[in-house]
Design a protein around this ligand. Sequence first.
Ligand SMILES: Nc1ncnc2c1ncn2[C@@H]1O[C@H](COP(=O)(O)OP(=O)(O)OP(=O)(O)O)[C@@H](O)[C@H]1O
Ligand SMILES: [Mg+2]
Length: 274
Amino acid sequence: MPKEKQELSDAMRRKLSVKSTEKKPINGTKFTIAISSAKGGVGKSTFATNLALALKKIGCKVGILDADIYGPSIPKMFGINEKPKSDGQKLEPIIKYDIQCMSIGFLTDEKTPMIWRGPMVTSAIKTFAQKVNWRDLDFIIVDMPPGTGDTQLTFSQGIEINGAIIVSTPQEVALLDVKRGIKMFDKLGVKILGLIDNMSSFTGDDGKKYAIFGEGGVKRTAEEFNKKFLAEIPINPEVGKSGDQGKPIVESYPENEISQIYLDLAKKIKSIYL
Ligand SMILES: Nc1ncnc2c1ncn2[C@@H]1O[C@H](COP(=O)(O)OP(=O)(O)OP(=O)(O)O)[C@@H](O)[C@H]1O
Ligand SMILES: [Mg+2]
């Protein structure tokens, strides 16, 4: 890391009174990967679920933690309708497609909005990190909410994140938020594995590729901030449909070109850590 950046990062950590040694790993887990983007609706949850499934398919033991307290997506995307069991001390993750899953959505009624203040969100996140019986996991994939708020701070300060992946769509408004997200992780000393260009283009029935939301913006942002550009994922209606049906595309159509992108990425990530 350049000296200036290191000093900025150290100063920020001192200001927040957080030493990296105070960050605790999630129990039962080797590596925690956060899927983030300051922008809403860019495909974080879709990416998190499919990456988790791809890592499982190449032989890793995987969990998924839905950190979106106000708008949990994991129950729907994994098609889970049951409540987790508890022994009064710890919660049991729900296992689906061989993945250990936990979400606030398992504990609440789907139609009831979560009207919680920040400290309650912080406490729910800590419960998920410390009081869930995660078992023997290589990776936990954390599906972050949009923004740079309480959840991101709770993770960045108290829970060890071994890598963050930032998902964006190519529009300028999305990229503005992404830049804020990159700066936040940099300041908090969280390693950014790289950026993903989601919904990068659409190929029509005529076989032509259309860059509906613009082209190359995510790659340029990665270069600007000296981050890796990990992959581009095109728009494919099957992605949305399979997520809505509770069986994400990597699980329902492993041969699809989108699933192959996820599998390649999973191999890269596995080779970095294991
Ligand atoms: N590559 C893709 N092709 C087609 N549809 C996609 C793709 N990626 C995501 N989507 C769709 O875009 C919508 C938003 O995705 P998703 O819920 O994953 O975003 P998000 O960033 O998690 O949103 P939020 O900020 O609300 O948590 C969903 O309907 C999803 O199916
Ligand atoms: Mg989401």
